[in-house]
Ligand binder design. Structure first.
Ligand code: GLU
Length: 417
């Protein structure tokens, strides 16, 4: 990758190396975690609706299988590349370990712009990707899920294609499926729900009364919209929301339910919403609020804007929203950052519940899923908090240490790197 560009995997390594040094991880284990276990790149020739053939780049990286089969989503976006998928796969390794799940980490992606493709083209692309990776995926091997640009529809195609090839019905080969195909209740809202649980837990530690506390939520997709809705349900005042098309501020609090309905009826775009004053997309990050929840894309909090952030608490719903160079600036300002690998772990936690239900062939109520999720998320938060206090470090490095402890033990027990 171009040296001028920020490597996302370098951002992972910066945190990994710091946590490894503070925890005292052996160089052997650290060195293993610096390298993904397996990386596959595929070319996917697809017949487009106009009859032409277009070749798409697809990737799947298995970063680690030390704690169990690799787990992680599939992203459809134009910036997908080896470095990004590698970084996201490593974050899945740490995320699953922090959430105490029996999984390693993996991630996949296709370089494409799903917003400009027809449903038929997306289906052919998803099926071609599945065929190309059929040897990588497996219910006890590598388990995909949705990520940016994908959802239950893509998971249904992936499952169907996988089952056709293998001749077996294995619903647990992917998670984030539609309910009728073995999906779990509560899965869609789970990442946003985890952001809410982590925000409340952090506010409690910080002595902030969450009732009436103010929040700005960047991103209004599957993570941000549910996070905003659930924060409001706990009486937190969400004063600003945004997506890739617009950002809105309302001092009295945004009517989030109204915004969700608006977006659903407006081609998934927030632009044109009349429930607040239009502000610039960058300004949402620097509002004077108690909580900032970046739930959109990576790399939005940088060394250039970190100094302007006024929130007391940042809860990272997105993967990698803060560049490594900004960590120290936020720490020196006394801002508590609940890092992505902890804060957005609610999604993969309920993915795990979905996989367990698929294995059982027995399905839980939404209440049961949510109760288990909240307990698991709260426990993960406490473990990270404990480690950050014990090692006198930030929550981000405390989170990595929490993961390294588990992975280190697994490697030692197995006696195999
Ligand atoms: N893509 C989501 C994430 O980044 C969910 C992964 C999963 O459920 O496997 O955490």
């Amino acid at each position: 990758m171009d040296k001028e560009q920020h490597s996302m995997f370098d951002a992972v390594l910066a945190r990994l190396d710091k946590a490894a040094a503070i925890y005292g991880l052996s160089n052997d284990v650290a060195e293993v975690l610096r390298h993904p276990k397996r990386e596959v790149a595929v070319s996917l020739p697809i017949k487009m609706d106009d009859g032409s053939i277009k070749v798409f780049e697809g990737y799947r990286t298995v970063h680690s299988t030390h704690l169990g089969p690799s787990k992680g989503g599939i992203r459809y976006a134009m910036d997908v590349n080896t470095d990004e998928v590698r970084a996201l796969s490593a974050w899945m390794t740490f995320k699953c370990a922090i959430a105490n799940l029996p999984y390693g980490g993996g991630k996949g992606g296709i370089k494409c712009d799903p917003r400009t493709m027809s449903v038929g083209e997306l289906e052919r692309l998803t099926r071609a990707y599945t065929r190309a990776l059929v040897d990588v995926f497996g219910v006890n091997k590598d388990i995909p899920a949705p990520d940016m640009g994908t959802g239950k529809r893509e998971m249904a195609w992936l499952l169907d294609e996988f089952n056709r090839i293998t001749g077996e019905d294995s619903p647990g080969v992917t998670t984030g499926k539609p309910l009728t195909l073995g999906g779990s209740k509560g899965r869609e809202a789970a990442t946003g729900r985890g952001v809410m649980v982590a925000s409340l837990a952090a506010m409690k530690k910080m002595g902030i009364n969450h009732k009436g506390a103010t929040a700005a939520v960047q991103g209004f997709g599957n993570v941000g919209s549910h996070a905003a809705r659930l924060l409001v349900s706990k009486n937190i005042k969400v004063v600003a929301i945004s997506d890739h098309t617009a950002a809105y501020y309302n001092e009295k609090g945004i009517d989030v339910d109204k915004a969700i309905k608006f977006v659903a009826a407006n081609g998934n775009m927030l632009k044109g919403f009349d429930g607040g004053e239009l502000i610039s997309g960058n300004d949402i990050l620097t509002l004077n609020v108690d909580l900032l929840a970046p739930c959109a894309i990576q790399g939005v909090i940088t060394a250039a804007n970190a100094n302007d952030i006024k929130a007391k608490l940042i809860v990272e719903g997105a993967n990698g929203p803060t560049e490594a160079e900004a960590d120290e600036i936020l720490n020196s300002k006394g801002i508590i950052v609940v890092p992505d690998v902890l804060a957005n772990g609610g999604g993969v936690t309920v993915s795990y519940f979905e996989w367990v239900q698929n294995k059982y062939g027995h399905y839980w109520s939404e209440e049961e899923v949510n109760t288990k999720h909240d307990a698991s998320m709260t426990q993960a938060f406490e473990n990270v908090w404990f480690n950050s206090q014990q090692y006198k470090t930030s929550m981000r490095i405390g989170a990595y240490i929490t993961a390294l402890k588990r992975i280190d033990k697994a490697v030692k027990y197995k006696g195999n790197y």
